[in-house]
Design a protein around this ligand. Structure first.
Ligand code: SAH
Length: 234
């Protein structure tokens, strides 16, 4: 069975959105993955179709009601882990993306307002995932980011497997810089080594570039890699 993405959202029209185009869109049309976006509001029970209420204990904004969200989760067939896009979740990493891509699919709950009632997170075991240390107005763009990253790893989606293997983060290093023709452009040349045809020297150059870049731009990633090497896992 192809990877099945099931979304719970108040804005199903946001899907597939950008995922209906380019690489992910082609894969969707070819049936390499599937997407279903259900409107949480369809599970509301009153005539105003209410999905949110005031926060207990006071405070600004509104909170998604646990009964309605649980009904949406229980009433929507899905496979794989249940995720909740949330700024206080575990950071989305390439390792988590790969883990999800290796599974049968995921249910992704997109929050709105101030968030969702804590009890539904616990009772429906929602795994909270964050796309970064900033606040979006809703979980939908975060879900699009997550799915974009997952879909490109699915079998048959990307042309060349190598292009995934060498990328930033796949081995803890950022990627080396890229160049293409013309060889001379605005008085700057492509690094000579890349035109030398010496594949071993080129590979060494790329490695060096990746290490330098990671050390300078992402000391956090670099430190993690050093620690891993010291433990003999590198
Ligand atoms: N009051 C919350 C923010 C709510 S933002 C707080 O301070 O933590 C509304 C919704 O947008 C959230 O429920 C979540 O689903 C989504 N969202 C916002 N920022 C996000 C992020 N960085 N990663 C993932 N989801 C996010």
């Amino acid at each position: 069975m192809p990877f099945a993405a099931t979304l719970l959202t108040l804005f199903p029209a946001m899907f597939p959105g950008p995922l209906g185009l380019s690489l992910a869109g082609r894969a969707l049309k070819e049936g390499l993955w599937s997407l279903e976006a259900r409107d949480i509001r369809d599970f509301a029970t009153d005539r105003h179709r209410t999905v949110d209420d005031h926060p207990a204990g006071g405070g600004v904004g509104m909170v998604l009601k646990p009964d309605i969200l649980a009904a949406a989760i229980d009433g929507t067939p899905h496979v794989g882990p249940r995720l909740l896009m949330s700024p206080r979740g575990e950071p989305l990493t390439q390792a988590l993306v790969a883990e999800l891509a290796a599974g049968p699919g995921a249910l992704i709950v997109c929050g709105r307002f101030e968030g969702v009632d804590q009890r539904v997170i616990e009772r429906r075991t929602l795994r909270e995932v964050s796309v970064g240390d900033y606040i979006l107005s809703g979980g939908e763009p975060a879900a699009l980011v997550l799915l974009d990253a997952v879909v490109r790893l699915l079998p048959g989606v990307m042309g060349k497997l190598e292009s995934a293997a060498e990328e930033s983060f796949s081995d803890g290093l950022l990627e080396h810089p890229h160049y293409t023709k013309p060889n001379l452009w605005e008085d700057t040349e492509i690094p000579e080594i890349l035109l030398s045809g010496d594949h071993k020297a080129i590979a060494a150059w790329k490695r060096r570039q990746r290490e330098d870049l990671t050390r300078r731009r992402r000391p956090d990633l670099w430190a993690r890699l050093q620690a891993k090497n010291e433990r003999g896992e590198g």
